[in-house]
Design a protein around this ligand. Structure first.
Ligand code: PLP
Length: 407
């Protein structure tokens, strides 16, 4: 299904939100402060001097295939991939928020205990003294896999004690990778929501414990939002103008909503009404769609409407959306659509054979976005209402995980 958001008000909705553009700039500045340290700690981050960013990719073969399948003619628009599947260090979109949230916590601790001040080179936080200090603190998180990977990798590297609560969906290779770094994994037989709840309870009231709350975290949200500033620079560097005649149509895989929500928030601040964001969810786990269209946010789950929350898209296997994110994006998200497991498998295969991209199923959830928009009546109506029928659309498929996927 395609759902067009009747509450969409565009960039004008931004002024009423509790977070503003300066919050994104603050997050970006923090990432710059940490860049020298990250460049030193992670070989993969060294070439970009500690700035963890993905590429904007041309995908001529895949474009041709997806457009042809959808019956869209050659002028259906430009189609690019924003390749977060290949983000250095943690290999998924969750690296943006997860790494940022841990750095923010580490910075706050280090400033409070006078390990550094703002004028220092943060490389000092990689020294033995800092590692010993951080080891007294425990960072924990509940995850379907990728957030656990990103938080586990950065926290372990800084010296923190790390505990990751994994839902039943989490893939064995993600757990094995973390265990090899000395991270404690707690395996849950329940779904993502149960894993998060358990982690939250455990950390409560402990001053030496920091629980990164995927359902409610402002830090995660702002870490994701910084992606918009980076994308703008990449488009500018390529000479791609974004305006009402050349709008960005962005398709983002959605689980609990933090990653696509934060990025949408950032994109709206940067591109205003020249960007239109759509979330993609599995047919059995459309939690954000359900939360938004009923207005019930986390007070309703996909189980309540008879769905199973079973999908090969492990990163998107979430039954109940983040209420915090739902409220933040209610006025700025254009719509959502769903995708079947069979289609995800086909998308993974196409990306691999046509463009040599290694993607996990979740990462390909947005591939049918242009088709939903251009080939359905509600999609075309959306374009008409926003004066986009004759615009030169720039479609961006946001791919979200896969770098460390075993062969
Ligand atoms: C590969 C991948 N894509 C997308 C998402 C969606 O992010 P969120 O749960 O913040 O909506 C996740 C979440 O773990 C993921 O692992």
């Amino acid at each position: 299904m395609l759902w067009i958001n009747p509450q969409y008000r565009g960039a004008m909705a931004l002024s009423e939100l509790e977070l503003q553009f300066h919050d994104i700039l603050d997050a970006e500045a923090r990432l710059y402060r940490f860049a020298p340290l990250l460049g030193e700690l992670f070989e993969e981050a060294a070439p970009a001097h500690g700035i963890i960013e993905s590429e904007l990719l041309d995908i001529p073969e895949l474009r041709q295939q997806l457009m042809a399948e959808a019956g869209i003619n050659a002028d259906g628009g430009r189609l690019l991939i924003k390749g977060d599947h290949n983000l250095p260090v943690a290999g998924s979109i969750k690296a943006r928020g997860g790494i940022y949230a841990v750095l923010r916590y580490a910075e706050a601790l280090a400033l409070k205990h006078e390990l550094i001040d703002y004028s220092d080179n943060y490389r000092r936080l990689g020294e033995k003294k800092a590692r010993e200090f951080f080891s007294r603190y425990t960072i924990s998180v509940g995850s379907t896999g990728n957030l656990g990977l990103s938080i586990g990798i950065i926290s372990a590297k800084l010296g923190f004690t790390v505990k990751i609560h994994m839902s039943a969906d989490a893939k064995a290779w993600k757990k094995a990778l973390l265990r090899s770094l000395g991270v404690t994994i707690i395996e849950h037989t329940g779904d993502y929501g149960a894993a998060v709840e358990q982690g939250r309870l455990e950390a409560e009231g402990n001053p030496y414990a920091f629980f990164v709350d995927d359902e409610n975290s402002v830090d995660l949200f702002l870490g994701y939002a910084v992606a918009a500033l980076r994308l703008k620079n990449q488009l500018t560097a390529r000479g791609i103008a974004v305006n009402e005649h050349h709008p960005l149509m962005v398709y983002l895989p959605c689980g609990v909503g933090g990653a696509p929500g934060g990025i949408t928030f950032g994109l709206k601040h940067v591109f205003g009404d020249a960007v239109h964001c759509f979330f993609a969810e599995p047919v059995e786990s459309p939690c954000m769609t359900l939360g938004l269209l009923t207005g019930k946010h986390d007070k309703i789950s996909v189980y309540d409407i008879g769905l199973s929350n079973r999908t090969i898209a492990d990163g998107l296997a979430v039954a109940r959306p983040s209420a915090f994110v739902g409220r933040m994006i209610q006025g700025i998200i254009s719509g959502t659509f769903t995708v079947t497991d069979a289609r995800l498998e086909e998308n993974v295969r196409l990306a691999r054979t046509l463009e040599q991209l290694k993607l996990e199923p979740s990462a390909t959830a947005g591939f049918q976005g242009p088709q939903w928009l251009l080939q359905t009546e509600p999609g075309r109506d959306y374009l008409r209402r926003h004066g986009l029928e004759n615009a030169e659309l720039i479609h961006i498929l946001w791919t979200t995980g896969g770098r460390y996927l075993p062969e």
